[in-house]
Design a protein around this ligand. Structure first.
Ligand SMILES: Nc1ncnc2c1ncn2[C@@H]1O[C@H](COP(=O)(O)OP(=O)(O)OP(=O)(O)O)[C@@H](O)[C@H]1O
Ligand SMILES: CC(C)(CO)[C@@H](O)C(=O)[O-]
Ligand code: BAL
Length: 283
């Protein structure tokens, strides 16, 4: 496995691989890898000739009061896990190389970014869109894999890739959970042991809504009340958003149907966690 820090070296390597007819699979991440990332890498390995992982904590997708400075990092550990998953190249650029003096281009996104994380984190998806577009230009992937844990991010990237005719196939991958149901996330490392227990309220909220829906309840108001009760029963938990939305357009819905998205962001102490489920699909 090769570790590349230099942007030009990564791009030249990718262009040479493409000229040899190699199919490049790409998994973009912010590092501090866990089993969720590993599932993306294994699928990327299966679908491509060359597997590239990027590790870059992208400053432009963090708000001024967010956790950019304390975001967990472990390049050596990440490289070990990446190698075990069959990664060929780890691309880990610096922020100075990605955003050199004079950098000024943005990507203008549409209504998909208005609700949910877009509303809570102004500018977040612009930062994501710019860095993903840059990474696609540098890594030249045929396919790129993203987790459904970041459901809105996946929807925005699918839309942008289609709208801008970027020649990359986007693959959405299932949410990987801890045995007790907590969605894996690098930010879980912020949680104290007590907060780790309290964080289970996100999963319990998903289960409560899924169970009611399976018993025939479709009123969004009643389904959301059941979810809120799970979070409300947890002392350290504060809801950022908890919503039922159309799984494609992300428009609000009054009645849930198969394909409706339940998405939530909850603060456990100072840690903001997200999770979601699509009704009628596997958890
Ligand atoms: N539990 C998970 N299951 C499946 N995919 C995941 C999971 N967690 C993260 N991913 C995916 O891995 C990719 C990189 O995500 P990222 O590096 O931000 O990890 P993260 O654990 O989500 O971190 P964060 O704590 O910032 O939410 C994204 O496509 C994301 O959706
Ligand atoms: C897609 C991504 C790597 C862009 O920085 C990031 O938003 C993430 O890890 O989900
Ligand atoms: N997984 C999304 C990256 C972020 O929270 O900024």
């Amino acid at each position: 496995m090769k570790l590349i820090h230099d942007v030009q070296e990564m791009q030249q390597t990718a262009l040479a691989l493409r000229r040899q007819g190699k199919r490049i699979s790409f998994v973009p991440t912010m590092g501090f890898l866990h089993e969720g990332h590993a599932s993306l890498l294994r699928e990327g390995r299966r679908q491509g000739d060359v597997l590239v992982l990027s590790i870059f904590v992208n400053p432009t997708q963090f708000g001024p009061t967010e956790d950019l400075d304390r975001y967990p990092r472990n390049l050596a550990g990440d490289c070990a896990l990446a190698e075990a998953c069959g990664t060929d190249i780890v691309f880990a650029p610096t922020a100075a190389a990605m955003y050199p003096p004079g950098f000024q281009t943005t990507v203008s996104l549409g209504p998909l970014t208005a609700p949910l994380c877009g509303a809570s984190r102004p500018g977040h998806f612009n930062g994501v869109a710019v860095v993903v577009t840059k990474l696609f230009g540098i890594v030249q992937p045929d396919i790129a894999l993203f987790g459904k844990k970041d459901f809105q991010q996946l929807a925005v990237i699918r839309r942008m890739t289609a709208d801008l005719n970027l020649p990359v196939e986007i693959i959405g991958m299932p949410i990987v959970r801890e045995p007790d149901g907590l969605a894996m996330s690098s930010r879980n490392s912020y949680l104290s042991p007590e907060e780790r227990q309290q964080a289970l309220c996100l999963y319990r909220a998903l289960l409560a809504v899924r169970e009611l829906f399976e018993r025939g309840e479709t009123s969004a108001e009643l389904l959301l009340t059941a979810a809120r009760a799970q979070i409300g029963a947890t002392s350290a938990a504060v809801i950022d958003y908890l919503e039922l939305r159309d799984g494609i357009t992300l428009e609000p819905v009054a009645q849930a149907i198969n394909g409706t998205l339940l998405a939530l962001a909850v603060k456990i102490g100072s840690t903001r966690l997200i999770d979601n489920t699509v009704l009628g699909e596997e958890l």
